[in-house]
Ligand binder design. Structure first.
Ligand code: PA5
Length: 430
């Protein structure tokens, strides 16, 4: 299903000036196009990790298979527990939180921390419930999800026996290696392979995100359709390409000394999209002493906590607003005869209109306070827009990573803590 994505996402860079002008963008555009061209040709640093660029063009039979397994999970369970961390967690969480109204089937998450409280509470909650597990780990050996999976699987075996337990587990992992892959083969669990050329933070449009979405009830054909349209548009080497303009703006401001990018949304349901984006941007660009530190705010909540800093604090911040043009639901503010709360001046207006004015006012205030700002506007918060947003950010961050001169597809730094933790825990070989 190809969606007219031209209306799905727009980018307004008009409020980047005077920090970044239209001429700066014009002058930098050939470099951005070259970076995009090298990705399309499969060249440059990390060229063996570009499998994510073809994910939206999933064959219909693969979508059917994912939908079938999602349906089976719904039929045989009261809820699904998705086990995973980092790139094997955040995309699924982001999509399900953003599209809650399209996701009636309960999906819970585990293995994204080592919190004993969280996991004990989860096991309590699952008491007496029929649940299925979707274990996601590309390596199949990551400590946090491995522990959660062991706890949950033990519970399933205790409550329904090994055979029934095996029918309730889906493993999404490397096609050949890793502990999860070996266990899945031995026990006969349903397996969806993660292609070795797709990194965790670029995997949301593979079964890593699509199976949890399908189980939740999200129409994945519409989501993939949005991503496909986005891929079609944002791989065009033309100056109006919004993903290129966003990538270039970030990279040029990085080179001018901006250190932090704050993604500010006025829609709380997008807060997990911001979390997913933080990993995508931070892990892709944060190396060799480079990279914008990705932060996020949820407005208007954070205007009452971080608003002061954004208005008058460090000026090494770029603010990118993430807004939706259309609410899924709306509500009018009622009039009141006495007007004791003084709100009658907005009586009859919708809450979405007030929220939009809050965004416009905030942007104007922060820009007048000296922050460069731009706005990404979604047509709505629906499956096709969210699919388009995923591929938009993936393409843009891949380009900006290349522009600032790093390999956007590796993450050598994340091993450091593991080595020290394993030594402290006495893991054999450390
Ligand atoms: O993006 C990444 O590569 C990481 O965030 C991984 O997804 C995360 O460490 C989990 O790894 P794995 O999927 O191997 O369990």
């Amino acid at each position: 299903m190809l969606i007219k994505e031209i209306e799905l996402i727009t980018l307004d860079t008009g409020t980047l000036a005077p920090h970044l002008t239209e001429d700066d963008l014009k002058n930098g555009m050939p470099g951005a196009m070259e970076a995009l061209g090298s990705l399309i040709k499969g060249e440059g640093a990390g060229s063996d990790m570009l499998g994510w660029m073809v994910l939206p063009r999933l064959p219909p039979r693969d979508i059917e298979e994912i939908l079938d397994v999602g349906k089976r999970i719904q039929d045989q369970s009261d809820c699904l527990v998705v086990v995973g961390i980092g790139g094997s967690y955040l995309g699924a969480r982001a999509g399900i939180e953003a599209l809650k109204k399209h996701a009636p089937f309960p999906v819970l998450f585990a293995g994204n921390s080592l919190s004993p409280e969280y996991h004990a509470d989860l096991l309590d909650y699952l008491e007496g419930k029929r649940f299925s597990i979707c274990a996601i780990s590309k390596s199949g050996t990551t400590t946090e999800p491995a522990i959660a999976f062991r706890l949950l699987r033990n519970r399933l075996i205790e409550t329904c026996g090994r055979e029934d337990c095996n029918a309730r587990i889906v493993a999404i992992t490397d096609p050949v290696k890793g502990a999860l892959r070996q266990m899945a083969g031995t026990e006969g669990w349903k397996i969806f392979p993660i292609s070795p050329d797709v990194g965790g933070r670029f995997s949301v449009l593979s079964p890593v995100g699509l199976l949890p979405f399908a189980a939740a009830g999200i129409p994945i054909d519409a989501l993939v359709g949005g991503a496909c349209s986005g891929l079609d548009r944002w791989t065009r080497k033309e100056p109006g390409n919004e993903a290129l303009r966003y990538a270039l703006s970030r990279a040029l401001l990085h080179d001018k000394g901006i250190e932090i990018e704050v993604l500010s949304t006025f829609h709380p349901e997008l807060s997990w999209v911001c979390e997913w984006w933080k990993q995508l941007a931070g892990e892709s660009e944060g190396k060799e002493g480079k990279g914008l530190y990705p932060a996020s705010t949820v407005m208007t909540t954070d205007l009452h906590s971080l608003g002061q800093l954004l208005q008058e604090g460090s000026r090494k911040i770029l603010e990118t607003f993430l807004i939706s043009a259309r609410p899924n639901r709306d509500i009018d503010i009622p009039g009141d005869g006495e007007d004791l709360d003084g709100l009658n001046y907005i009586a009859g207006k919708s809450l979405s209109e007030v929220n939009r004015k809050a965004y416009e006012g905030t942007k104007a205030a922060h820009v007048s306070g000296g922050l460069p700002a731009m706005t990404l506007k979604l047509e709505g918060i629906d499956p096709s827009s969210i699919g388009a947003l995923f591929i938009f950010f993936e393409l843009a961050i891949a380009v900006s990573g290349r522009l600032i001169g790093v390999n956007p597809f590796d993450q050598p730094g994340v091993e450091e803590y593991k080595t020290r933790m394993f030594k402290l825990l006495g893991k054999p070989g450390y």
